[in-house]
Design a protein around this ligand. Structure first.
Ligand SMILES: C[S@@+](CC[C@H](N)C(=O)[O-])C[C@H]1O[C@@H](n2cnc3c(N)ncnc32)[C@H](O)[C@@H]1O
Length: 172
């Protein structure tokens, strides 16, 4: 499927994280699999991606869209909630999520601690949100940044007007 059909917000976010061929990437809430597709296209050699979604529909759509990446051994897709992630992904270089609201709507200390354990020093957690509803943006930024900071990450904010996206980036 053509990259151009993937929404600009996801293309911007994936460009931002600057995937390197050997990265080990975890995506939380892969949904339709569009970001996973973009990320896997940039992996080579030992580069790997692990994509999770708690919804069966999300996992099915990602498996369908990304069948070639799974076949090539680059991508593993699992139906699991981040809170119960018990897989050997202890060497993540990048974590990616787009519009996964758990990071700002509720306490997510356990989930952030789990990510901190699995991300290598120098690695990053990259949490992006659509900002088409500007009234919510200050709360999204402050709560997500606080959760990452309390979890031991160094945090900075990345924004784009077109497409309207904010990224809360935590560096390990
Ligand atoms: C709003 S959708 C965004 C999907 C996709 N990232 C995108 O931007 O198009 C949020 C997705 O995150 C998943 N999700 C939410 N909380 C989750 C959690 N704690 N663990 C795993 N998946 C989660 C949902 O099932 C849903 O597929």
């Amino acid at each position: 499927m053509a990259v151009q059909t993937i929404p600009a917000r996801l293309r911007w976010a994936v460009d931002f994280i600057d995937v390197q061929p050997q990265d080990h990437v975890l995506e939380i809430g892969c949904g339709s699999g569009q970001a996973a597709d973009l990320i896997c296209r940039r992996l080579e050699g030992r580069g790997r991606m692990f994509a999770i979604d708690r919804s069966e529909a999300g996992v099915d759509r990602t498996k369908q869209r990304c069948a070639a990446h799974i076949e090539a051994g680059k991508l593993t897709v699992r139906q699991i909630d981040l809170a119960t992630l018990r897989v050997p992904v202890k060497r993540l270089t990048k974590v990616f999520a787009f519009d996964v609201n758990l990071f700002w709507v509720r306490d997510c200390k356990d989930e952030v601690a789990l990510l901190h354990e699995r991300v290598l020093p120098g690695g990053s957690v990259n949490l992006f949100f659509d900002t088409t509803r500007p009234d919510q943006v200050p709360e999204i930024i402050s709560k997500t940044a606080a959760a990452l900071t309390e979890g031991g990450f160094r945090v900075y904010i990345a924004t784009s007007d077109k497409p309207p996206v904010v990224g809360i980036i935590g560096r390990r």
